[in-house]
Structure formats: structure tokens, C-alpha cells
Ligand binder design. Structure first.
Ligand SMILES: Cc1cc2nc3c(=O)[nH]c(=O)nc-3n(C[C@H](O)[C@H](O)[C@H](O)COP(=O)(O)OP(=O)(O)OC[C@H]3O[C@@H](n4cnc5c(N)ncnc54)[C@H](O)[C@@H]3O)c2cc1C
Length: 561
């Protein structure tokens, strides 16, 4: 994302969002309902009512007067974000997420405002469905406008082709944090440099905050802390459910559990959405005939869970879990401890990668792990490669060959028949659009910003070949993210979590071998590796958890949210 100084910076003049959805006018009837959740205050002109960086900021509804919202730009100058008048309300995504707010709010004239505090806002969300939808929709559109218009947020100083920069940018993007990527510090007029080497350009990537602070080569955890994506957790709070992983399965658990009144904490290492969040278009999810962006789906699911009261913290992984009497004690990667009555393991799987040089550099820059219509378009009229000898590779090869100029299926073994269903083998063998390369291994990847050339070797003949391709699909299986479970729950021989085994609590399909610990989605042994099935399992497990809590924890149940 490069900064265009000619772009509109005031959200209300943005053409990127529908104004009536981002800045809706409340009716008098809505105003009178909101009054039940807030207190009316007379606030003099030029008073700051909230500041950027504040957490859990109140929502203000304007009865009389004008409120101006400012962000700080990279030169520490105030930039007008929006001017709001009577019957409008302040706030954006942070109203729902409880994260740092991005703007400063000032009354311009003497104002009459209804202050709705956070606990009352939560009550309003639960009781006033139409108002909740209106506020949540506006919050989403306002954040989209902030991102689109380059208003507020941070500057990421780095090189678009540098993997570290890409990692930070991916983290910001997947967490919907407004930012822009700038290549050279000089262009920003930033003076001074890194504490250790005194230079700025050599210590990139760096994050430049609106107040001028610079974070050099931060870890994801450091960045998340600075941005307020992480919060200090309280060891004394006992949650009804701690969900580990915020992919489709974990988010579905959070939505259903929180909407049914259970207290829920979700801990996510990278960004809500999991693998699905990395898919630019999911074409086969029910109800979206034209597909749905994985990132969009994840962002909405996250807000939905938070609207119902679930807490979601990002940037720390859970590294261990231990049963302690009726409770479970989970340790996070930064040493924090959290406790709950039940745990839902929804840590998914990571697609296996090829162990070759440059691989990470081309991930999502030519290397893909799915074969949907979207990827089909990527290889339209081009040669492309599928690597793998299993059913998913076979299905992908057949599917993609309909788009590609020609498809090369690369397998290490002597024949597809060893690991692929007969019907797929037959279809592939009879296709003139697919060439199968057996005994073959990928050796080298080349390209500048994106993948341009793949070199492979036939181990039987020793013959090396190179092919100019922009897309390579790696379908060599997935490894469950279960290493952190150590010996807590039983795993199958591939490391997937065993559930529903003999003796599992009340025959629950999702119960692991430890009472009160459940597993859903891709990490579960025998699960169907699909977004819809992960969502289905995440919602279904909540019914089992209700039964468990009723039987074992009734006396100790207390609401924490
Ligand atoms: C590029 C791509 C495209 C896809 N396209 C489709 C498609 O079109 N249709 C379809 O049906 N399926 C598709 N899939 C498969 C689908 O995305 C997965 O089946 C689904 O995401 C599984 O959901 P999950 O919640 O079980 O796990 P995941 O999505 O894997 O989510 C697990 C989450 O847990 C987090 N995590 C892992 N370990 C820890 C830990 N110790 N502590 C805290 N957090 C942790 C991870 O960061 C991750 O966010 C695609 C997959 C990929 C990779």
C-alpha cells in the first residue's frame, strides 16, 4: 500500500464506503432507546472526550453540538478524520473489540452527549438487535474507510520483497490494522535512527507510530503489544471456555458459546481466520454464490463473537495445558496463565511445505495450498504445477487442468496408484492436459517478487528440467498444530487429536481423552478439512459443553464477562 497524498483523508468524503452505512443518522425513536443505556452530559467546547490509544472507550451519541475526530499523521500533525453532528454516534471497530482507539475526539462547540459506557453498550448489543446491527455495520465501514483512506494507523518502513516486511504487513493486514508501506525513511522526512546502529534505513523493517516513536524490527508479539492487540490477562478469572485458535472452528465456538451466555476467551497466535483467513476467496461456503473473502469472513466472525461478549486476544500461542481439579490451566508463550472450566482445541493444521531454499519467499507469491476457482484463474492459459500424490493433489490437478494451458503433476513415488483413488488415477491418465512426472522432486525455485521458474530432478534418471511457471500448488498433506499438547490428550499416529473415543464424556463426538477438553476442526482426527465442517464442529461442540458444565461445574459457574 503506498500513500497517495491526493487521496481524500476525511472519512466522510471517502468514496470507498457508503456514507449512509458508515455514518447513519439515528431516528428520534432510536435516540430515546439509547438514552436508557447512557447518561446525558453537557460538555463544553474544545474538550477531549477520548484519545487515541485509549482502551474500552465509551460511545458518545450527539444530542446537540459537533464532535471532531482527529488522527495524528506521520509528522505528528492532527489530521481531521470526521466531523459528527446531532443524531450521530462516535466510535469504530474498537467499540466492539475493546482495543486501542485510533482517533482523538474533541467537542467543537458546547455539546450535549449521551455517554454509553462499555458494560451498558454490551447490554444494548444484547437487547436492541436493530441498534446493535446498525452500530456494528458502521464500525466495520469506518474501519474499512480508515484503511482505504490511509488515515491514522502506522507506517511500515520496509521493502515489499523482504520476507520480514511481508510478515509484519501480513500481520497488520490480517488484523485489519490501518497502515501503509513506505520504502525509504527519507520519503517520510524521519530523522534520527535506530538506538543500536544509529541508522534508520538499515534497521528495517520498522514501524513508525503517529507520535513519532519507531519500533525497529519488532517481533509479532512486540508489535501486537504496541498496537493494543494483546491485553494483560487475569489468572484469577475462570472462563467457562477457553478456545485455542481463532480459525473458523474456534470462531464458531466463540460465537455460539458467547451468544448462549457462556464466558469465552479465545487465544490466537497469528490472526483471526486461520487458514481460511489466508484464502482470498472461498467459493464453496454455503450462502455465498459469488464466493466470500476469507479475510472478510474472519473479520465479521470475530466481531460477531466479540459483540456477544467473547474476548479475543491475538499474538500469543498457548504452549501448555494442565488439568487442575475442576479447572484447566493454560500457559501462553509470554508466560501468562489463564484458567477455564473447559477448553476447546481449535488449532487447525498447517499445510506441509517443501524443504527447499526460497520456499517461504514465494509462499502466497506463486505457491498455493488450495485449488478453488480463484486459483484456477491464476493459472488461466499458463502452465502450472501440482506437487503431491494424494487425493487432494489429484483433485486439484484435474480441476486446475481445465484452466491451465498445461498441468504438470509432480510426484515422488513411482506411481499415483500408491496413494490416490483409482477413479482419479484413471481420469488423470486419460487427460491430455496433464503430464505426470513420477520419481520427481522439486529442487529449486526462482523469481524476483513472485515465482517465475521451478527446477526439478527425476531421481530415477537423474535428468533435471526447468519450467517457467507462475503458480505451484503444494498438496502434500497437512500437519496438525498439536505439538503444544505434549502428553495431555491422546493423538493419532499423525498427531491429530483423538476425540469421541470409548469413554469420552457422554459419548461426545468432540470430547478428547481428558474430561472438559474438546477438539474441533482440522486438528481433530478424522475431521473433514473444510471451512464449513470446521464451523459446524465449532458450533456443535457448544451443546456438549453445556451438558458438561451442567453436570460437573454447576456449583462453580460464575459469569466473568
Ligand atoms: C489457502 C487455503 C485456501 C482454502 N480454501 C478453502 C476453500 O475454498 N473451501 C474450504 O472449505 N476450505 C478451504 N481451505 C481449508 C480451510 O481453510 C480449513 O479447513 C479451515 O480453515 C480449518 O479451520 P480450523 O479452525 O479447524 O483451523 P485453522 O483455520 O487452521 O485455524 C487454526 C488457528 O489456530 C491458531 N493456532 C495454532 N496453534 C495455536 C496455539 N498453540 N495457540 C494459539 N493459536 C494457535 C492458528 O494461528 C490458526 O489461526 C483452505 C485452506 C487454505 C490454506
Amino acid at each position: 500500500m503506498s500513500h497517495d497524498p491526493n487521496k481524500a483523508r476525511d472519512l466522510q468524503s471517502s468514496s470507498a464506503v457508503p456514507h449512509e452505512l458508515a455514518f447513519p443518522l439515528l431516528t428520534e425513536e432510536m435516540m430515546s432507546r439509547i438514552r436508557q443505556y447512557g447518561t446525558e452530559e453537557h460538555i463544553p467546547a474544545k474538550t477531549q472526550i477520548f484519545r487515541a490509544g485509549q482502551r474500552e472507550v465509551n460511545m458518545f451519541v450527539i444530542v446537540k453540538g459537533t464532535v471532531k475526530l482527529y488522527a495524528l499523521d506521520e509528522n505528528n500533525k492532527r489530521a481531521l478524520v470526521a466531523t459528527q453532528h446531532a443524531r450521530e454516534f462516535t466510535g469504530e471497530l474498537d467499540l466492539i473489540t475493546a482495543r486501542h482507539t485510533l482517533a482523538n475526539g474533541f467537542t467543537e462547540k458546547d455539546c450535549v452527549l449521551i455517554r454509553v459506557r462499555r458494560d451498558e453498550l454490551r447490554r444494548l448489543f444484547n437487547s436492541e438487535g436493530d441498534l446493535a446491527n446498525l452500530i456494528v455495520r458502521a464500525a466495520i465501514w469506518r474501519r474499512i474507510a480508515l484503511i482505504e483512506e490511509d488515515v491514522s494507523g502506522v507506517v511500515l518502513l520496509g521493502d515489499v520483497k523482504d520476507a520480514y516486511t511481508i510478515q509484519l504487513q501480513r500481520f497488520l493486514t490480517r488484523n485489519s490494522y490501518p497502515h501503509r508501506l513506505v520504502k525509504a525513511a527519507g520519503r517520510l522526512g524521519i530523522e534520527g535512527g535506530c538506538n543500536s546502529c544509529g541508522r534508520l534505513d538499515s534497521c528495517v523493517p520498522a514501524i513508525v507510530f503517529p507520535d513519532g516513536r519507531i519500533l525497529h524490527r519488532p517481533t509479532i508479539a512486540e508489535l501486537a503489544d504496541e498496537l493494543g492487540l494483546m491485553e494483560v490477562l487475569d489468572e484469577d478469572t475462570i472462563y467457562d471456555i477457553i478456545v485455542v485458535g481463532a480459525g473458523p472452528a474456534g470462531l464458531a465456538t466463540a460465537v455460539y458459546a458467547a451468544s448462549e451466555g457462556l464466558s469465552v476467551l479465545v487465544i490466537e497466535y497469528a490472526a483471526p481466520g486461520g487458514q481460511a483467513g489466508t484464502s482470498s476467496k472461498i467459493e464453496n461456503y454455503l450462502g455465498f454464490p459469488t464466493g466470500v473473502s476469507g479475510h472478510g469472513l474472519a473479520m465479521k466472525a470475530q466481531l460477531q463473537a466479540q459483540k456477544f461478549g467473547a474476548r479475543i486476544v491475538v499474538s500469543r500461542s498457548v504452549i501448555s495445558i494442565r488439568r487442575q481439579g475442576l479447572f484447566h490451566r493454560l500457559v501462553l508463550s509470554d508466560g501468562q496463565v489463564v484458567r477455564s472450566r473447559t477448553v476447546v482445541i481449535a488449532t487447525g493444521a498447517t499445510y506441509s511445505k517443501l524443504d527447499i531454499q526460497n520456499y517461504d519467499r514465494f509462499e502466497h507469491q506463486g505457491i498455493h495450498y488450495a485449488a478453488t476457482g480463484m486459483e484456477g484463474k491464476l493459472c488461466s492459459r499458463q502452465e502450472c504445477i501440482v506437487v503431491g500424490g494424494g487425493n487432494s493433489a489429484g483433485q486439484a490437478a484435474l480441476y486446475l487442468s481445465a484452466f491451465a494451458k498445461h498441468l504438470h503433476l509432480v510426484i515422488r513415488r513411482e506411481s499415483m496408484a500408491v496413494s490416490m483413488s483409482r477413479y482419479l488415477v484413471d481420469r488423470i491418465e486419460s487427460s491430455t492436459r496433464i503430464t505426470v512426472h513420477t520419481h520427481t522432486e522439486i529442487e529449486q525455485l526462482e523469481g524476483s517478487a513472485t515465482l517465475e521458474c521451478v527446477r526439478w530432478i527425476n531421481r530415477k534418471t537423474g535428468i533435471r528440467q526447468a519450467l517457467c511457471v507462475g503458480s505451484m500448488f503444494v498438496m502434500i498433506g497437512a500437519k496438525p498444530n498439536s505439538g503444544w499438547l505434549h502428553d495431555t490428550v491422546a493423538l493419532d499416529d499423525k498427531g491429530f487429536v483423538l476425540t469421541g473415543t470409548a469413554g469420552a464424556f457422554e459419548g461426545s463426538r468432540y470430547a478428547t481423552t481428558v474430561p472438559g477438553i474438546y477438539a474441533v476442526g482440522d486438528v481433530r482426527s478424522g475431521s473433514v478439512k473444510r471451512v464449513a465442517s470446521a464451523v459446524g464442529e465449532g458450533s456443535a461442540v457448544v451443546a456438549d459443553i453445556h451438558r458438561y458444565l451442567a453436570e460437573f461445574c454447576e456449583g462453580s459457574l460464575s459469569r466473568t464477562s
